[in-house]
Design a binder for this molecule. Structure first.
Ligand SMILES: Cc1ncc(COP(=O)(O)O)c(C=O)c1O
Length: 394
């Protein structure tokens, strides 16, 4: 019977983040630095809003696009935070996380043989859904340009087969954000071509010292842009599964049909919780960011002291140091660090081949965990260096 399965589904591999998270979970003294979710509890008022919704029997289906009240909250939130307007009646869709937003978008726009350009290294969640839709990812190497997409290199990849360009800033896994000047240049390229732009800005509320500029704030690309977002990261709501899609009506109209066919609508108590988050808990991300900044600076400093080459990221909650000096592949590094020191990180190769030579460290965990993990990583690197010098003295 196995041969009857859709080979596209069979070919998908389990993300590297999960592999190492599962392995560390069974170690009693393990420290997990693979986490892609905030370690803070969901704020109380948000939980209370969901509890009240359940008590008031708000437990049925909503409009397929999401509660009108929530779409209005989403529209106001983006207008106030980033200065652009989408009509809640026709240009906003509430989805099961940003994940479903992106999947439904791809399924609405991609045809067999289409290509999607993605700057890499990049989050591993996109490739499987592009593949399932019959299309092909085309990666733009950013590993030699400070993880920033070079506009001319991006343009050189656009062909008649290119259907979309996916951008994810602040970036998972590198934590880099884009400066306005570079965004202007990228927008100039994208405005010249008939391609869709999917901008996954799920980490836009997690920036450190640099204000976020959204690709949705450029009117010249508005007609081809889909903005994917959600509350998982900003409000520590990963398990609530609330995401948003903002885009022009002619696109939302068709993506809505894909969305309603696979989800009908997002869980109603979660939608009520989301209204509370957007209307009354706007300062939550800033409070988390204060803590993230301390952790980022600490881990960054320790990695530099260990002699690793690492950029100071200004967004998301990841560091992406180079481990090339160890002579190990990123997978070997992650595997040996886990075996010897019970610390789990994600090999850079999980974020396409352009992530090889790097590891991803999440600092969405307590300072105590980070202190212990950095001590253990230092011991590990000392062992590796010792091994290297024995090898060379032979
Ligand atoms: C870049 C990026 N996009 C989307 C997601 C998924 O978000 P959601 O929980 O809203 O589905 C993640 C989760 O790690 C992510 O890192």
């Amino acid at each position: 019977m196995k041969s009857l399965l859709n080979e596209k589904a069979v070919e998908i591999s389990v993300p590297g983040t999960r592999v190492f998270a599962n392995k560390v979970a069974v170690l009693s003294d393990g420290i997990n630095l693979t986490l892609g979710e905030p370690d803070f509890p969901t704020p109380e008022p948000i939980k209370e809003a969901a509890i009240a919704a359940i008590r008031e029997n708000k437990t049925g289906y909503s409009h397929n696009a999401g509660l009108q009240e929530l779409r209005e909250s989403v529209s106001s939130f983006f207008r106030d935070e980033y200065g652009f307007y989408y009509n809640p009646a026709s240009e906003v869709l509430i989805t099961t996380g940003a994940s479903e937003a992106i999947d439904s978008t791809f399924r609405a726009i991609l045809r067999e043989g289409d290509e999607v350009i993605l700057p890499a290294p990049i989050y591993s969640g996109y490739e499987p859904v592009i593949h399932l839709a019959g299309a092909k990812p085309v990666y733009l190497d950013t590993s030699r340009t400070g993880f920033l997409p070079d506009p001319a290199a991006l343009e050189s990849l656009i062909t008649g087969r290119t259907k979309a360009v996916l951008l994810n800033y602040p970036s998972n896994p590198t934590g880099v954000t884009l400066e306005k000047e570079l965004m202007d240049e990228i927008v100039a390229v994208l405005a010249r071509h008939d391609v869709f732009i999917i901008s996954d800005e799920i980490y836009s509320q997690n920036t450190y010292g640099v204000p976020h500029t959204s690709f949705a704030s450029y009117p010249q690309i508005r007609e081809k842009l889909i903005l994917a977002h959600g509350l998982s990261k900003s409000h520590s709501m990963t398990g609530w599964r609330v995401g948003f899609l903002l885009g022009p009506e002619y696109l939302i109209e068709h993506i809505l049909k894909v969305h309603l066919s696979n989800s009908i609508c997002v869980s109603l108590p979660s939608q009520h919780a989301a209204i509370e988050a957007l209307d009354h808990c706007r300062t939550v991300p800033a409070m988390m960011n204060l803590e993230y900044t301390k952790r980022r600076d600490f881990v960054h400093g320790r990695l530099l002291e260990m002699g690793l080459d690492v950029k100071l990221p200004s967004g998301a909650f990841y560091l992406f140091p180079s481990i090339r000096s160890t002579g190990l592949s990123s997978f070997e590094f992650a595997e040996q660090l886990l075996e010897q020191q019970h610390v789990a990180v994600v090999p850079g190769s999980s974020f396409t081949g352009f992530g090889e030579g790097f590891i991803r460290i999440s600092y969405a965990t307590s300072m105590n965990n980070l202190i212990a993990a950095m001590d253990r990583m230092e011991d590990f690197l000392n062992q590796v260096n010792l091994g290297q010098s024995v090898e060379t003295s032979k």
